[in-house]
Ligand binder design. Structure first.
Ligand code: ACO
Length: 321
């Protein structure tokens, strides 16, 4: 028994910010950003929220699957940029789309969040607790980015992607792996709030995301191929059996490096980061939806999904579409 993706959806804020607009903010250039990252533009919220973007993407995923919101049993939102601590984003999405019969909660594993949520849904279905799930990755990272830090503000974009999954007897998710290394958390960190209570006094907090880009780069290049090989091994498959690698969209050079290390042709690694940048937990479902709507995915096709992010977290999943 497993789960299969039956429908996909995605949403982007209306405002698209080109590299040349970032050049007006920090000491950088369109050429540098394109050459070092592959990013040409990103969408930035001018009011769109994590909830609104996720609800839009979820509605599309349900429509694509031909299912009604009341049928959903589990609703997960992966995000590291929630607007509120409570109620959680998933409960707010549930209310917006009318998925009143679903249990709903959030999950944060940064850019690996969507994959971890997909695995969570798989585990619930495998345990016989639920038969379907609606899973969104949604981020408005623009509110956590320091727009004066050229090392990070060039990279991130806002957006959401969602999938609706159902229990299946054959195919679907064939295997997955996931890992976390909290001892390396400082490599990419931020978004904390001040501790304010009558006893604590004012403590330091790190509002903006701070990142050691080289460390994250090296981590991704080393870890993603290992995760992919590990997941393929569990499914008794090899790199040659994979028709598409849908990877976290952080940096084109990272994806090219991974393709080389795996010995798989770069044409098997679709990318959209030139248009949307790094949308963290939204990146994989957003790309999946774009591929799905372009007719690039056919039933039975073997895909590998893989992501990495703050935590540090990483994972990979092998599936038959
Ligand atoms: N424009 C111009 N120059 C820049 C910029 C910029 N935007 N940013 C950095 N530089 C400079 C640096 O200051 C440095 O100058 P120096 O040599 O005089 O010190 C030089 O360019 C090289 O800096 P590096 O950091 O080595 O540049 P690199 O080629 O590694 O590219 C980047 C930086 C794009 C951040 C890259 O390291 C990267 O993509 N890392 C991975 C980041 C990532 O994937 N993060 C997301 C993780 S997912 C999540 O959980 C959110």
């Amino acid at each position: 028994m497993s789960i299969r993706i039956m429908g996909t959806g995605s949403a982007l804020p209306g405002r698209r910010v080109e590299n040349r607009e970032i050049v007006e903010l920090v000491d950088t250039s369109d050429e540098w950003i394109r050459e070092r990252t592959g990013i040409g533009s990103r969408h930035v919220s001018t009011g769109e929220t994590v909830v609104a973007l996720a609800a839009d993407a979820c509605g599309q995923a349900l429509a694509d699957a031909g299912r009604q919101a009341e049928e959903v049993e589990l609703l997960l939102v992966a995000t590291c940029s929630p607007e509120d601590v409570a109620p959680c984003m998933a409960c707010q999405v549930q209310s917006r789309i009318g998925a009143g019969n679903a249990v709903a909660f959030d999950l944060n594993a940064a850019c690996a969040g969507f994959l971890f949520a997909l695995h969570t849904a798989w585990a619930y279905v495998e345990a016989g607790i639920y038969r379907n799930a609606l899973i969104a990755g949604s981020e408005v990272l623009s509110k956590l980015v320091d727009w004066e830090d050229r090392g990070t503000c060039i990279l991130f974009g806002d957006g959401a992607g969602a999938v609706y999954v159902e229990k299946c007897e054959t195919g679907g998710i064939l295997s997955f792996v996931q890992h976390a290394d909290g001892s390396r958390g400082a490599v990419l960190a931020g978004g904390s709030r001040p501790l304010e209570n009558p006893w604590a006094g004012q403590r330091d907090f790190q509002k903006f995301l701070r990142m050691d880009g080289r460390e994250v780069f090296a981590f991704a290049l080393r870890q993603v191929p290992l995760n992919v090989e590990e997941a393929l091994g569990k499914a008794h498959l090899t790199v040659g059996d994979v028709e598409l690698f849908v990877l976290h969209q952080a940096n084109r050079r990272i994806i090219e490096g991974i393709s080389k290390r795996l010995g798989a042709d770069i044409s098997l690694f679709p990318m959209n980061l030139d248009q949307v940048g790094n949308t963290s937990s939204a990146a994989i479902p957003l790309l999946l939806d774009q591929l799905n709507r372009k007719g690039k995915l056919r039933r039975g096709m073997r895909l590998v999904l893989s992501g990495f992010g703050a935590g540090l977290t990483c994972g990979a999943c092998v599936m038959e579409w």
